[in-house]
Design a protein around this ligand. Sequence first.
Ligand SMILES: Cc1cc2nc3c(=O)[nH]c(=O)nc-3n(C[C@H](O)[C@H](O)[C@H](O)COP(=O)(O)O)c2cc1C
Length: 434
Amino acid sequence: MMKSAGHTLIASLTPIHSVILKNHGRLFPNLIYGNHTKSRKLHCYHQKCQFHKENIMVASRYPPPRFSVAPMMEFTDNHYRTLARLLSKHAWLYTEMIAAETIVHQKGNLDQFLAFSPEQHPIVLQIGGSDLDNIAKATQLANSYGYDEINFNCGCPSPKVAGKGCFGVRLMLDPKFVADAMSVISANTNVPVSVKCRIGVDNHDSYNELCDFIYKVSSQSPTKHFIIHSRKALLNGISPKENRSIPPLKYEYYYALVRDFPDLQFTINGGINTIDEVNAALREGAHGVMVGRAAYSNSWNLLGHVDSAIYGEPPSSLTRRQVLEKYQVYGDSVLGLYGPRPNVREVIKPLLGFFHSEPGNGAWKRKVDAAFMECTLQTIKSFFEKTLGAIPDSVMDSPITQVPIVFSDVFADAKNLLPPPYTVREEEEELLYG
Ligand SMILES: Cc1cc2nc3c(=O)[nH]c(=O)nc-3n(C[C@H](O)[C@H](O)[C@H](O)COP(=O)(O)O)c2cc1C
């Protein structure tokens, strides 16, 4: 039964797909976890084909277009994702990056790193790493948590990650390793896999070099979805924060990828701050849009519009008061779940941008600071009682206002700057087919 399902699928595959599937069986038999005999391996190989079929089904469970909230270390934790889900039913939520090593070494303590509530679907786990064995084990360990996709980090420029750790954006210089890692991840999970990367590193920043990376990774592994943070990373001399603002955004590279790789899915990321800009990117042909900082620092105005402005749902009547009531129930239920953590400060952190630009925001922030100084603060309920008086009822009880549509042409401009089309160089083809 399994065999014929695999065979049917193989019959419909292109030569490139066949190479990928052969590579799975040939290159990574030891990295498919479980106690496999020879016939078990064969079963796994065919099961792998089945996995791909399931992947397609899993992917179609959620309707396009796809709006997502970016992975942000120390920010997109369970608390933030709970708040984000109260504001948007449809946004895809990414975890913070978790190193494969952390998952493997914290094996007895995994809930703290990987558990999430069922409401958070669709949710993507982002992992990072440079050791195939640990990447395989981490993927396997994450399976029981039921993430909807596994994403591999090839974009982080932090010295701890891209320097000492030799992963993150540094991996863009080693597409062969990324393809191997993606094959290993895919071989150990039954959900889709994706890569998040930059458009280049240091002086490896031409459009052709970016295409070589995409071509090698997508043709030598099952990766069909790439999230493109549309600026390069500079590895020497600037901080991770500066690496998110100093290198210029080049959306023209993103749209050129959409043009040159019609069989792949690309999500655009970087510097997109409003719902109008999200829609403008989609209008110009983006397959998906990912927003990071704006979705955190201005969550109400950004995420509150996602379901209606992007997914076509009726305008929401939800108020901030209703969201906070639900968030309080969540917050008080998780305080101290893991000994001293999470504490009140950690649970409140995602709310710090909740009243962005609203009357009372400044006074509320001062009350928040004062409340954090008190040692007696024990519950989210008491925290709200102490601070929310600073916010007028009109702000607490208004639904999300419909913003006037402002047409942004930033992406149309990018399409006027497209680089010449990519053509696969002969040496790349030889590498693949020998
Ligand atoms: C505080 C912070 C932490 C981040 N951590 C991660 C991370 O763990 N993994 C990752 O791929 N990108 C990470 N990023 C980058 C974001 O995912 C995103 O690519 C970047 O912020 C650009 O998008 P934006 O302009 O919409 O914020 C982080 C960004 C910030 C601001």
